[in-house]
Design a protein around this ligand. Sequence first.
Ligand SMILES: NC(=O)c1ccc[n+]([C@@H]2O[C@H](COP(=O)([O-])OP(=O)(O)OC[C@H]3O[C@@H](n4cnc5c(N)ncnc54)[C@H](O)[C@@H]3O)[C@@H](O)[C@H]2O)c1
Length: 394
Amino acid sequence: MLEISGIETSGAGVEAIEDVYGQAIRNCAARLDGDDPRFAAEALQDELARLARAAERGVVRPRHVLVIGGAGYVGSVMVRELLKRGYATRVLDNFLYSNSLSLEGLYDEPGFSLVMGDLRNPDTLDKALDGITDVVLLASLVGDPISKKFPDLTRSVNQDGSETVFRALEGRGIHKFVFTSTCSNYGMRDSDEPADETSELKPLSIYAETKVGFEKFILDNVDDADFIPTILRISTAFGLSHRMRFDLTVNEFAAALARGETLDVYDKDTWRPYCHVRDIAGAVIRTLEAPEASVRGEVFNVGADENNYTKAMIIDEILKHVDGDVRYVEKGSDPRNYRVSFAKIKRVLGFEPRHSVKAFVPELIEAVHSGLYLRSAEIPGYYGNYDVREEAAA
Ligand SMILES: NC(=O)c1ccc[n+]([C@@H]2O[C@H](COP(=O)([O-])OP(=O)(O)OC[C@H]3O[C@@H](n4cnc5c(N)ncnc54)[C@H](O)[C@@H]3O)[C@@H](O)[C@H]2O)c1
């Protein structure tokens, strides 16, 4: 007979339970090495609460995270961070941009598995969810241009498909569900005050509309969910990734000027917050390990106050490292202008990004100069969300 944390069990399950509890405690102890002790303690508290619920259901298993969209720009970095952290990790992805390359080298990694397919296919989703304890939903058509080019597909994946995923989690003993939304939801702000999580949302594209729509769906259904949903509104990403994207402002500007191209910059004084891909992975992991009371049904902006930049400020950073030809043009097609406050995620989750735009710019310039992205001209589709693979778009 084993009794831990008020749970009693006996028979064949005992060994498995001892294994799982042992793993939780070992993981927590390992975290004491690098993390703030508060986070290690909270991670243990959350894991014990999860195990108590799992034992009530009679199915106790170690943490196994499904990352839907894990082959993308953010996902391919996040999956590696999750594996490093000791989580078994599965990717569900339909390689919309022929981006399977981002997972090469991971395929035979212990703890890693892949289900190739579309999240909208019920059989595929069922297979992907088998044995899973937590789900991170990244997959969507990401960005204003691609959503404008494929409006029906965007609505079908980002709104209807996401709702299908949410409903499919019910009754499976899922612990956490993390949805990556976007700070683009704030659209064009009249005020210079940074937007917080309660600020009005003004989606200006189909991309942001569908993100706002699914956020609303989550918040309307959170009370009935038998798992813990959290919404992360993420800043525009930057950083190196196994699926690099050069259609994101910092990456695009720095790479173009490093290659000696003339760069047209629209609406140079518009503000936007930025966040490094590794920090995005960190925020997701922090959410997966936080106590239920801190994250259930909560919305968090993800980024850092000091990474709010205007486009002109980013150019100034880049021109400190390379000479470049920049033409400023007024009134572009993207009117988004917003500064964002990251006080809540810092206060509630103690989360603070470790990477800055300032430090990353010279890193990317060096990577371009070293020849790392020579092939980006040959296979441009891989390096940004410009067009989709026909079969995947059906
Ligand atoms: N990149 C950013 O600047 C940024 C900013 C804010 C929020 N986000 C959010 O982060 C998440 C990831 O963004 P990203 O930059 O990695 O995008 P990405 O386009 O690089 O990755 C999306 C992944 O989802 C997959 N996918 C798309 N439709 C699918 C479907 N129907 N079934 C299965 N897989 C599918 C794609 O193949 C791709 O691997 C998105 O939810 C996005 O809204 C990103």
